[in-house]
Design a binder for this molecule. Structure first.
Ligand code: NAP
Length: 276
């Protein structure tokens, strides 16, 4: 996805994957400067481990205490988080409905759920009900971000009966757990009630498969749906903008991501689903 974008932009650059143990992350980040890298992306579990090695954090990385994009600005290493922007841009592109005052059920309370909570709070969504397998983690998220971002929110345990009773007309439901991800495509984080209230929007952060069981069932029952591929492409595009000051082609990136995903479906033996 990145390399396709660079080729399309005529950039003499290449994106490489490196597996860095957390205890050597400081060396790796300092090495970026020495090697003349434009920057780096970080994924789990390095998003939080990077904080001590950075000179500056931009919002929302400073609120979320998690970084997925690093770049050098005037000799200083700056950490950003493009996950929240990526999700918001995907929402605007695919759903486009106002989020202000919107009731949200957020499934999961990990790093991605925190980023989405921030994005929702920036748009004035609420109340946000954070449902997690581990109730204490949901409560910690609500206590931390709900209070700091002044967003009406509540923690609940992830349970299908509770979920059904909290769904109302126009509720936005966002799956921020890995439940349903390939190869466990027959799983869903919740059982959707039948019938669904009108105006429900179901979002999954999972992009493999493109059309998870969670999304497919919601769509069959009349909900609008949004998969995780848009967020994946937009968070990467936002990182490229930070590194180069230029906007890459989203279409080129989306096509490259789909090609890569088809390869992984082939390898896992799972069947590709239609584009969400
Ligand atoms: P994380 O920090 O490890 O959090 C995982 C969350 O999922 C936790 O709330 C955990 O609950 C919950 N969970 C895990 N297994 C579960 C299960 N079997 N049943 C119920 N809940 C379960 O991971 P993350 O970074 O937030 O990522 C979450 C998902 O979002 C992943 O699938 C990831 O691929 C996806 N993601 C997608 C994008 C994108 O661009 N589309 C970006 C970021 C993340 P407990 O607290 O109870 O353990």
């Amino acid at each position: 996805m990145h390399n396709a974008a660079y080729r399309d932009m005529g950039l003499d650059a290449v994106y490489l994957a490196a597996s860095v143990p957390a205890h050597r992350l400081g060396e790796a980040l300092r090495g970026l400067r020495t090697l003349g890298f434009l920057g780096a992306n970080l994924t789990l579990p390095l998003k939080e481990a990077a904080l001590p090695y950075l000179d500056e954090l931009e919002e929302p990385a400073s609120t979320l205490r998690a970084v997925n994009t690093v770049r050098e600005v005037g000799g200083r290493l700056v950490g950003s988080n493009t996950d929240a922007t990526g999700w918001l841009r995907s929402w605007e592109e695919q759903i486009g409905e106002p989020l202000e005052g919107r009731r949200v059920l957020l499934l999961g309370a990990g790093g991605a759920a925190r980023a989405i909570f921030w994005a929702l709070a920036m748009r004035g969504a609420g109340p946000i009900l954070v449902m997690n397998r581990d109730h204490d983690r949901a409560a910690a998220l609500v206590e931390d971000l709900g209070r700091r971002l002044r967003t009406a929110s509540r923690a609940m345990v992830l349970d299908s009966d509770l979920f059904g009773s909290e769904l109302g007309p126009g509720t936005v439901v966002i799956n921020c757990t890995p439940v349903g991800m390939s190869p466990h495509t027959e799983e869903s984080p919740v059982v959707w009630p039948r019938p669904l209230p009108p105006g429900v929007v179901a979002c999954d952060l999972i992009y493999n498969p493109l059309n998870s069981l969670f999304l497919a069932t919601a769509r069959r029952r009349g909900a609008r749906v949004m998969g995780g591929l848009g967020m994946l492409v937009h968070q990467a595009a936002a990182a490229i903008e930070l590194w180069t000051g230029r906007r890459p082609s989203l279409e080129v990136m989306r096509r490259a991501a789909l090609r890569a995903l088809r390869g992984s479906y082939h390898e896992s033996g799972a069947r590709p689903a239609s584009r969400p």
